[in-house]
Design a binder for this molecule. Structure first.
Ligand SMILES: [Zn+2]
Length: 439
């Protein structure tokens, strides 16, 4: 029996009415059992965490990250997407070995949890997916993860990442068997064809069929870069989203990262199929990819989540930074009321939960949901005075203000200390592995 009480905070429920409450949030055996008012523990084995001067809210959900890329932080600055992939990221991913993969995964998960992100949709690389799952398991984060699929015989893809269609599908199926549903459902699989450019038509079509048959999700990149969509158009004679739709990949079980360069018909297709998209504002700016038309996509009925993408295109995995940037970025074009703080917070929590197919389990603080809870301390000078908690967590607070974090009702960060891993050892293994990969 594990009982955790987040005592005495201001509670952002992110429930359908966006209620803000005062008092306690409690979890028992992984589930939320109490939200608001005073809670009396029901067992002898309980932990009380002090949330005075804190906003208590659902953990941030990032629906597009690459934990595998973390050791390449700072190694691929000031490049556009296709050069970034071909010159640095693919060679880096090809050079990973199991120890480096573990170091990258642990570094990413530790950064994410300490910064208040409790759930991720993660695209691995072609190999070492067991290591990334194991790192997520050790850290305590909630992760939906899949191996990157890259079966197109493209000479620009390093030999170490090239795979046959059959091998790609077989390895994905084996990983589903080993990991999907593990750790009380905290770990799940998602098919992750990297993008249309790296995949054969046969593979994409088969992913669409297998994902539905096996009840797992699809996670891919789409329409991030104008060079990318030009190549898709030259290969298929159609726009990227239309290609994905005709190959059977769109639907409520699919999350597409980026979706920057879309025509109106593609926007309508995303809305009508219920496909989720993940907005990654820092990555889109840094790779000079462009700015997705998020307010218009939301108005058209598209489900939107937020994500940091990878350390080499960001260069952090900081959910609060993405939340703030998403709220700021669209105002210059659409006006100051674009993505107001409550709506931005909703994207960062419930939007992500929906993209992971977990809207009934996480993303808001409601009795019966899983206990993915964070407390954000508002005593640092950069948050004082704070009147609206939505404003505070969107525009003023930073990830370093995250004080306590629970995932599935287990405390993983308490008083800013990570309880599941030794941060010093994570840092030192990451530096050692990075030195080996980038001599
Ligand atoms: Zn990405």
């Amino acid at each position: 029996m594990t009982e955790v009480v987040f005592r005495g905070g201001t509670i952002l429920t992110i429930d359908p009415d966006h209620r803000v409450l005062a008092g306690d949030v409690a979890t028992l055996n992984g589930a939320l059992v109490h939200v608001g008012g005073t809670y009396t523990p029901q067992t002898r084995d309980y932990s009380i965490v002090d949330c005075t001067d804190c906003v208590v809210m659902p953990g941030l959900v990032q629906a597009h990250v690459h934990t595998c890329q973390t050791l390449a932080r700072g190694r691929a600055d000031d490049l556009e997407l296709l050069d970034w992939l071909r010159q640095v990221i693919w060679p880096y991913e090809a050079s990973l070995d199991p120890a480096a993969a573990t170091a990258a995964g642990e570094l990413a998960c530790a950064e994410l949890l300490l910064g208040g992100t409790t759930a991720i949709l993660d695209m691995g690389t072609v190999h070492h997916t067991d290591q990334f799952f194991a790192a997520a398991q050790t850290s305590g984060i909630r992760a939906t993860l899949g191996k990157a699929m890259m079966d197109l015989p493209d000479p620009q893809i390093p030999a170490g990442l090239r795979e046959t269609t059959r091998a790609s599908l077989d390895e994905s199926a084996a990983l589903i068997g080993r990991w999907h549903g593990r750790a009380n459902g905290r770990l799940r699989y998602a098919y992750a064809p990297r993008f249309v450019l790296s995949c054969t038509e046969e593979l994409l079509r088969e992913v669409g069929v297998q994902a539905k048959a096996r009840g797992v999700r699809i996670h891919t990149h789409a329409s991030e870069n104008t060079g990318e969509i030009d190549i898709v158009r030259a290969r298929f004679g159609k726009d990227n989203i239309t290609v994905l739709d005709e190959l059977g990949l769109l639907g409520d079980h699919t999350c597409l990262a980026h979706c920057i360069h879309l025509n109106d018909a593609e926007k309508r297709t995303l809305a009508s199929t219920g496909t989720h998209i993940c907005h990654c504002p820092s990555s889109n700016l840094k790779l000079a990819s462009g700015i997705a038309q998020i307010p218009e996509l939301i108005a058209a009925g598209v489900s939107v989540a937020l994500g940091a993408d990878g350390a080499p295109c960001n260069n952090n995995l900081d959910g609060f930074l993405e939340l703030r940037l998403a709220a700021l970025l669209h105002k210059h074009r659409v006006g100051p009321r674009a993505l107001p703080a409550p709506e931005a917070v909703r994207l960062a929590t419930m939007g992500g939960a929906a993209a992971l197919g977990l809207a009934d389990q996480i993303g808001s603080l409601e009795v019966g949901k899983r206990g993915d809870v964070i407390a954000v301390d508002l005593t640092a000078l950069h948050t004082v005075p704070s009147t609206s908690p939505f404003s505070a967590v969107t525009y003023a607070a930073q990830s370093c203000d995250v004080k306590h974090v629970a995932v599935d009702g287990e405390l993983v960060v308490r008083d800013r200390a990570l309880l599941t891993m030794d941060v010093g050892a994570v840092r030192s293994r990451a530096k050692t592995a990075a030195r080996r990969l980038f001599p």
